[in-house]
Structure formats: C-alpha cells, structure tokens
Design a protein around this ligand. Structure first.
Ligand code: MN
Length: 425
C-alpha cells in the first residue's frame, strides 16, 4: 500500500512553522490529557494536538476497519497490534482530511472544536504501556569509548561485540514521558583504595545516554523467530530516549551480570511516536560491518536512518548550552538486526515493547552521546555558556535532547525529550 501521507508537496490547512518537527508529513501518534481530564490517543500537526478518538467518533475514519474505542484509550498498544496495514490507512486518511484542499473538517467549526486542541492546552502522557524494555549497545564508537574507560583501550571491544547486537533487559516501570523530573539516585559505589566497605550515598557521576528507541507490535509466537527481511513489518515507530545512568553505581555493580540500579531509576522518552513509515524518505546505508554477519543477521538494502541528534544542558535559571551533536546513522547494528537477533532464540516480542538503541556516539569528540565520553570520565569538563563547567550532571540541571530528519522538502522531528534532575530527598 502506498504511503500517500508522505507526499512532500502536501500542505495542511493548519498553519505549520517551517522549523516545526510536526508538518503534515509526520503524523506521529501519542496520548494526551485535556483540561477536561479526557485522555485520548492523538496526533499532532504544527502546534496543535488532534484528538483521534473524537475524529473517529465523528466518522472521519469511515471505511477503515477500526473498533469504536480503538483511540479512546490511555495507550496505543491495541492500535499498534492492528498492524502495519491499519497504521498506513490511518495516517493516509489523517493526511487527506487535513490537506489544504479538503474542506470536510476545515469548514466544520463544531467538529473542529471537538477534535483540535492547542498543544499548550494538553499534557502529554506515555504513549504505550511498555511491557518489556530492552536496551542495546549498538554504537561502535560508544562501545569502544566505554571499553577504554572501564577496562583497557587495547581491548576495548570484546570479540563478541562485532558478531552480536549486544543488549540487556531493562526495566519498564521507570520509563517516563518528557518533562517528568527525575531524582538523583542513591546507591553503592566502589570502596576507596584499601577499604572493603563500599561507598554509599547520592550518585556523584549522574549521566545521560543519547539514544533512540523503537516500539514493536506483536511479532512472533513463543518459539518462533522473525526472519530479518520481515522485521520492519513489526516496528511501529521511534521515540527519542534518554537512558539516565549513574556511572559510579554502574561501575561497581555491573560485573558479572551487567546494568541494574545504575540504570533503572529513570528512563525518559519523547511522547510522540514517529512511525517508521514517516522516516522512510530518510533511509541511509548503515556503517560497513567489520565481519560478514551470520546469515540470520544479514540485511539487504539501506538499514539505517539519517536522524540528527542533539543534547543540551540548561542550568537552573540559565540558558541552554548544546554540548553534543550526533546522528542515528552511526549505529553499527541496525534495528532490523536487533529485532532478528532478539527473536532468534524464540523469544516473543509484543505490542508496546520498547528497544533502546544504546548510546549513539559519532566519530568525533563533539558527537559523543554521554558525559562519560564527552568529558572522558571527568578529565576534560565541558564549559557551559554561563561560565560554569560540568563533569557530569548537577542537581537542578535540565538535560534537553532533540532529534529530527531534514531533506530539501520536509523536516520530520520528534519534539523534545527533557528531564530535570532534582536533588535526593
Ligand atoms: Mn543505554
């Protein structure tokens, strides 16, 4: 089925600023609550949120097989489970109704009043009920940097890294939408030299991880695998993702089973899921892989997407300083390879599961996706515009992440992924 929603020449009767992340070609999906405490699934064009529950009730999805209450829910899981064909029909219809040439809703003031809200009048909630969350470790630059810092620059990458998309199972209960403040975590860290009792207290090395994450639909029955050529059928879309990390807690606890309390205290996501369909015009080659992957990981065609990523720090009452610019295309392992690998043992993936990319670091020092790498574990603090410096993240700092794609015709973005760090209680 053709993705007519992506037509770059289309204009909407809703006014959209040219630097907006949400032109009519985006049509992301999210969940919001109105001032009247109504929770609904919606989409966004420009600075307006569109209530898809009301849109459906008023008949604008007529002819598309959808249950009556599919959008009158507090998460997208059921809609995502309807599958790619339905996602496409719905995006195409929304694009048609909001097209500048279509008067059906545009000229109906009563309907518009029920369907369209200003963004400042709604609050964004988590878009999905995340059942399972997996985080990969898929940027070669990041894995090399972290291997050098935590272990040995000569053997920064373990031999398995170039053969397997490495990952771990994270925790979904602490995934929060952009704007939710986080608390600095408390925990154990490595004992001082010559002592056996570990240190205990507020984390001193609180960090962010610049990531993207993809949201899946029901993919496979327990015991079945997804062939790599089918994986993209099961990826609904992407969000931006800050995988907050306490490096001192992580450094002490991670041997031998990997990340635990240094990671699971909070994970912030941007609230609009941008569909894989909307990102189609921005496909690019993924990096050349050192070894030929095993057949189940062999992917044909362009496996990555050109998504520009940015991180800034804003101190309390101060201005933001952009401290890094990276790109999703630097990822060594693609989403298709990650999903094929995740299911090769028969592990079943469900609607609303979230798969983090792992920190996305580029080849240059200003493209690293964590403070650990940007400051080389505090050796080279970054300077902020207000004259202060940071080795890691201070209390009351706000970390702001942004992600967007841009070509000559259209800009598709994710909105902000923001979190402020509050002091320990
Ligand atoms: Mn991570």
């Amino acid at each position: 089925m053709k993705i007519t929603a992506n037509n770059p020449n289309r204009k909407s009767w809703i006014k959209v600023d040219e630097n907006s992340d949400f032109p009519i070609q985006n049509i992301p999906f999210g969940v919001f609550i109105t001032k009247d405490d109504i929770i609904t699934i919606g989409t966004r064009i420009g600075d307006f949120a569109i209530d898809l529950g009301a849109f459906h009730q008023l008949g604008y999805f007529n002819g598309i097989p959808l249950t009556d209450d599919i959008f009158l829910q507090d998460n997208l899981n059921d809609f995502i489970a309807d599958g790619r064909k339905t996602w496409r029909l719905v995006r195409n219809r929304i694009a048609d109704v909001f097209d500048v040439t279509n008067g059906s809703l545009r000229d109906n003031a009563v309907h518009k009043d029920k369907v369209i809200f200003r963004m400042e009048d709604v609050e964004m909630l988590l878009p999905v009920a995340v059942g399972d969350y997996t985080d990969f470790y898929a940027s070669k630059e990041h894995a090399t940097n972290v291997g050098s810092l935590f272990r040995d620059p000569e053997n920064a990458l373990f031999p398995n890294w170039l053969q397997i998309p490495i990952g771990y199972h994270g925790r979904s209960s602490s995934i929060i939408p952009s704007g939710t403040p986080i608390r600095r975590p408390v925990g154990q860290s490595k004992p001082n030299e010559g002592e056996t009792t570990p240190n205990f207290g507020p984390s001193k090395l609180l960090d962010f991880e610049l990531e993207m994450a993809f949201i899946t639909t029901d993919s496979n029955n327990l015991g079945d695998r997804i062939p790599i050529e089918d994986t993209e059928e099961y990826i609904f879309g992407l969000v931006q993702f800050n995988d907050w990390s306490a490096r001192d807690i992580q450094g002490w606890e991670y041997v031998p089973l990997g990340p635990f309390l240094g990671k699971n205290f909070a994970s912030t996501i941007s609230p609009w899921i941008v569909t894989l369909d909307a990102l189609e015009p921005f496909r690019v080659e993924n990096p050349k892989q050192v070894y030929k992957p095993l057949p189940y990981l062999k992917q044909e065609g362009k496996g990555s997407y050109d998504i520009k990523l940015q991180v800034g720090i804003q101190p309390e009452n101060g201005e933001e300083t952009v401290i890094a610019n990276s790109n999703f295309k630097y990822m060594y392992w693609t989403m298709a390879q990650q999903l094929a690998h995740h299911t090769v043992n028969g592990c079943n993936v469900r609607s609303g599961d979230m798969m983090g990319s792992g920190t996305i670091s580029g080849p240059t020092k200003d493209s690293y996706g964590s403070m650990l790498e940007l400051t080389w574990r505090g050796q080279n603090p970054v300077q902020l515009n207000d004259g202060t410096t940071r080795k890691f993240i201070n209390d009351n700092d706000t970390v702001i992440m942004r992600a967007h794609c841009k070509n000559d015709n259209v800009r598709i973005g994710f909105g902000d992924c923001v979190g402020k760090v509050l002091p320990v209680k």
